[in-house]
Write a protein that binds this ligand. Structure first.
Ligand code: NAD
Length: 482
């Protein structure tokens, strides 16, 4: 069965599409045109209660399945996603705005999350700890119970899969709260899970904005939280998790530096920096926001990156241009404001900046030079296609500038000297460092931040640690006792 786009979506609770407890609906629109795609029921805190209740009820039955059976079911979700990949990519492209080729990559990545974690289902082993002949001591790894997951709008389908797949494999049930501007693909994912044999109540989706998000993250029936989004919301989530002492994984923002050393292959550095900042219209936490370029190659780098930026085609995601619109009007205003701030701060606008005269929330690839590291455009997350290019004179200065930000999500080094590149990779304070590429790593590699970029790791086997707790069982074998 293929996915069927609808013009009205309900909540997904207990394996069914159900009405919200009020008649309130919100509209999700195509950011390239402003046209309505669908009306979506708004979950209230009472609906979040229902979803958490459904997830709690399904919990024992899901945990009783053998790990091998859970793995088989989760693997079938990957197959369902692949069977529907073109439709899902088209839907995501309309709802989010991204070029359909990029949406297709996101969908393939989502399938990989289910496939990868399915294979881990029957390998979540504990250990035995030697305490002497008259003791047996073992650890078992147990699910938390109900995982509450709050998702942003930049990679709606992929990030939902990134959290749901490991949570399920570990034996948790899930309640997902997608972002209000991109709720559709999570609802379809829940439906595909059901078709794949995921039992009712194991995956639930409660669309809406901050109200159901806050209700979910404060809920005392939720045993573990996965939040991906901005720092201020992450802080609010952490505060409410403190009330219930709920463990929380936070995947927050970034202000990431690509360091281009004088011996870098300049073609390679320009190519990857452009991909790093202009993919998904720059709405990526791990984007190459700042290019730190050695003064000896600064002018040449600038000339080449500007040329590349100016070659980008813009258009509706479904036309598959190089770059689509920004996701929603409020965010568009924020990015345009940052461009004004950059000009006011005295940086030089080399290209872009001016939104084209057309409908939709488009911002062209934008490059600033003469950027001082302490300027707001060099310190704050813009989350748009805006590159700040900063010169440096030696390696030590490059590392100082790279690390002098609140964030620590990703970073990169371009150099042909492998010793230098690896030493610098160790010096960059970030959860992931790319050498002579950008967006390195994959499903199998851990991803997360240092400093204000977050707590915990998603992806790779490490992500499973967020969804499992260790129980120690010690056994007395001494027959002389008693
Ligand atoms: P956001 O914080 O505004 O919203 C994220 C989600 O939280 C949305 O679903 C929103 O409805 C919900 N929410 C809002 N208020 C809430 C509250 N009080 N309690 C609970 N949930 C609430 O972020 P955004 O603008 O949607 O996403 C952009 C941000 O996400 C950027 O900072 C970006 O860097 C970050 N991000 C990080 C990663 C990562 O893996 N580190 C990945 C993607 C995006």
């Amino acid at each position: 069965m293929s996915i069927t786009e609808k013009d009205r979506y309900q909540l997904f609770i207990g394996g069914e599409h159900v009405e919200a407890s009020t008649d309130e609906y919100f509209t999700t629109t195509d950011p390239a045109t402003g046209d309505s795609i669908a009306r979506v029921a708004t979950a209230t805190p009472a609906d979040v209660d229902r979803a958490v209740e459904a997830a709690r009820e399904a919990s024992a039955m899901w945990q009783e399945k053998t790990p091998a059976e859970r793995g088989r079911i989760v693997h079938r979700v990957a197959e369902k996603i692949r069977d529907n990949a073109d439709d899902l990519a088209h839907l995501e492209s309309r709802d989010q705005g991204k070029p359909v080729t990029q949406a297709r990559t996101d969908v393939e990545g989502a399938a990989r999350f289910f496939e990868y974690y399915a294979g881990a289902a029957d390998k979540l082993e504990g250990k035995s700890i030697p305490l002497g002949q008259d003791k047996l001591d073992v650890t078992v790894r147990e699910p938390y119970g109900v995982s509450g997951q709050v998702v942003p709008w930049n990679f709606p389908f992929n990030l939902t899969a990134r959290g749901v797949a490991p949570a399920l494999v570990a034996g948790n049930t899930v309640v997902v709260k997608p972002a209000p501007t991109t709720p559709l693909s999570a609802l379809h994912l829940a439906e595909l899970c059901r078709e794949a044999g995921v039992p009712d109540g194991v995956v639930n989706v409660v669309p809406g904005g901050s109200e159901p998000g806050a209700a979910l993250t404060a809920h005392d029936g939720v045993d573990q939280l996965t939040f991906t989004g901005s720092v201020p919301t992450g802080q609010a989530v952490m505060e409410s998790a403190a009330e219930t002492i709920t463990p929380v994984t936070l995947e927050l923002g970034g202000k990431n530096s690509a360091i281009v050393m004088p011996d870098a292959d300049l073609d390679e550095a320009v190519f990857w920096t452009a991909i790093g900042i202009f993919t998904n219209a720059g709405q990526i936490c791990s984007a190459a926001d700042r290019a730190l370029v050695h003064e000896s190659i600064y002018d040449e780098f600038l000339e080449r990156i500007v040329e590349r930026a100016e070659s980008y085609t813009l258009g509706p995601g479904t036309d598959d241009p190089d770059m689509g619109p920004l996701n929603h009007a409020e965010h568009f205003e924020k990015v345009v404001d940052y461009i004004d701030i950059g000009v006011t701060e005295g940086a030089t606008l080399e290209t872009g900046g001016e939104p084209p005269e057309r409908e939709g929330q488009f911002v062209p690839p934008t490059v600033f030079s003469d950027v001082e590291p302490e300027m707001r455009i060099a310190q704050e997350e813009i989350f748009g296609p805006v590159l700040t290019v900063i010169p440096f004179s030696d390696r030590e200065e490059a590392i100082t500038i790279a690390n002098d930000v609140d964030y620590g999500l990703t970073g990169g080094v371009f150099s042909q000297d492998v010793k230098q590149a690896l030493a610098m990779a160790r010096e960059v304070d970030a959860g992931s460092v790319y050498v002579n590429e950008w967006f390195g790593g994959s499903t199998e590699t851990p991803f997360g931040g240092t400093k204000k970029s977050g707590i915990g790791r998603e992806k790779g086997l490490e992500a499973l640690d967020s969804y499992l707790q260790t129980k120690n069982i010690s056994v007395n074998l001494d027959e002389r006792d008693g």
